[in-house]
Design a protein around this ligand. Structure first.
Ligand SMILES: [Zn+2]
Length: 316
């Protein structure tokens, strides 16, 4: 009897210690760009299929994701295309949030600021209407290509415009080249090359995991801790097939999925974005550059050559 009690005490102690030894929780907001779909598969049936599969994965993994919309994809010529708009309705029916990614995915460096502002207003009309029907409104803005402006003046003008229209900027920390994998995957599909599709898919999740490891370390380098991260991926074909595996990988790394709102409560995001170069980079690198170039970790994982080749992309 005494022995049994001892066993119970020890096993309780052991499980308490195991809990203590577990890795600390990490936090990830998942943001998905270029809605409703970005793919060479432009016909409605394929777009519906991509949306259905992506949303099934997102819902199953209980990810409170936000999708950023390009409303130019919701028109056929001048007319609204209700079948495309229905794709967005399914995002809202899955209890996900929608944000603004400009009407036609313009780069802030290529148009006058006034035109860029018009693109933001033109890009919210249908999304606003859909959100209103649910008692909500668009709250977040994501810059196409993550290009945020070539001068601090442009950035602060845009910042004022965005707050006047109740928008918060959606930064990205876990930046990656999912779009190159997506292009390669689309190309392989268009060529009917199933074997290449499988190879690209098999390389995709380990690549994303290596990127996460990199950005986790980059966060520690700047903040001495892992901040609540914000992942950028796209509403594309490869994610409609592999988001399941991505989510599993993130859970294994002890990530808890949180909303963008929750992630932005991390005080890291109070730091300014002073980056004005001709590029779109992770906010972790923007903050690292502010502290001095030596704070940028050198070993950022690269897209494998065979994926670049299959995508027809020269370099990242
Ligand atoms: Zn985009």
């Amino acid at each position: 009897m005494k022995f049994l009690k001892l066993v119970v005490v020890f096993s309780t102690l052991f499980s308490a210690l195991t809990v203590l030894a577990q890795k600390p929780m990490r936090f990830m907001a998942v943001t998905i760009d270029d809605l409703p779909v970005v793919s060479t598969r432009k016909d409605l049936k394929n777009r519906q299929e991509i949306t259905r599969k992506l949303l099934a994965h997102v819902t199953k993994a209980k990810v409170p994701a936000i999708g950023f919309v390009n409303e130019n994809k919701l028109y056929a010529g001048e007319k609204r295309d209700e079948a495309q708009i229905d794709l967005l309705r399914s995002w809202l029916d899955s209890n996900l949030e929608l944000g603004n990614h400009t009407f036609s995915h313009v780069n802030i460096a290529n148009v006058p600021l006034e035109k860029y502002k018009d693109e933001i207003l033109k890009g919210e009309i249908i999304t606003k209407e859909l959100l209103q029907a649910k008692g909500k409104r668009p709250r977040y803005f994501r810059h196409p290509f993550l290009w945020t402006g070539l001068s601090l003046k442009t950035k602060s003008d845009l910042g004022e415009f965005l707050s006047a229209h109740n928008y918060t900027i959606a930064p990205v920390t876990i930046d990656n080249s999912d779009w190159i994998f997506a292009r390669a995957y689309d190309n392989a599909f268009d060529k009917g090359d199933q074997k290449l599709m499988k190879q690209i898919g098999a390389a995709y999740v380990p690549y994303m995991e290596a990127k996460m490891d990199y950005w986790e370390r980059q966060s520690v380098k700047i903040f001495n801790r892992e901040i609540k991260q914000i992942l950028l991926i796209h509403a594309n074909f490869i994610n409609s097939d592999y988001f399941d595996d991505l989510a599993r990988m993130m859970k294994k790394r002890n990530y808890k999925f949180v909303s963008l709102e929750e992630a932005l409560r991390d005080e890291a995001y109070q730091l300014p974005d002073n980056f004005v170069r001709r590029n779109g980079i992770s906010w972790l690198h923007r903050w690292a550059l502010d502290k001095g170039r030596e704070n940028i970790l050198p070993d950022e994982p690269k897209t494998p050559d065979f994926v670049l080749k299959a995508a027809g992309v020269e370099s990242e």
